[in-house]
Design a protein around this ligand. Sequence first.
Ligand SMILES: [Mg+2]
Length: 235
Amino acid sequence: MAFDASSIRALSFDGDQTLWDFRAAMRRALAEAAAFLAGEGLAHETGAVSADWLAQVRDEVAGEPGFARESMERIRLESFVRAVRRCGGDRGLVAEVHDRYMRTRFGAMRLYAETAHVLEELHRGYPCVLVTNGNSDPGRLGIGGYLAHRVVAAECGFFKPDPRIYAHTARLLALPAASVLHIGDHPEEDVTAAGRAGMRTVYLDRAGRPLPPGQRADAELASLAGLPELLRRGR
Ligand SMILES: [Mg+2]
């Protein structure tokens, strides 16, 4: 069925892997953190400190119920506390490795090639908002001026896939959820959750991974570059 854009009044965007490449920046920062700790002579019970091992420790912390509603920064810091402890390292290394990680992670963050000009065009016709579970700063990436609101899970208290983060977004926009189009790369956190809140959805499939059977978005795109045309055609 053709995409109907006639009732869309605002656009809601996920951040990580939608507007910017968070994973690439995180991988560089983890490699930097691992190299620093290994350089300090730290090793854990099964080997040298590696980026993969640090990622495992982070996943372990993030999966604990006590951290379910914590910010990514809090989870990251706790993962460095545990990593250093398991290696028998000096506690003083925690602040330093965390600092190095953060500097690289923010410094290495890049927008996708099409992001800035798509937002530059679309924000003229639609209020655009960021809805994220993460902690990246769109201002540092040069797109803060295109965003009418930033909805950050750790600030509003609702984490995707809780649909209330999207209901909160629609309230901020003073619009019915059905007139907001949410664009994101995650089948559950973006497509299903925003749909449950009543928003229309675009599944951004940069990696060529179609939605699982039974899940539906109003439209699917391989990059944000197709979004202005989708909205124009559907009007
Ligand atoms: Mg994402």
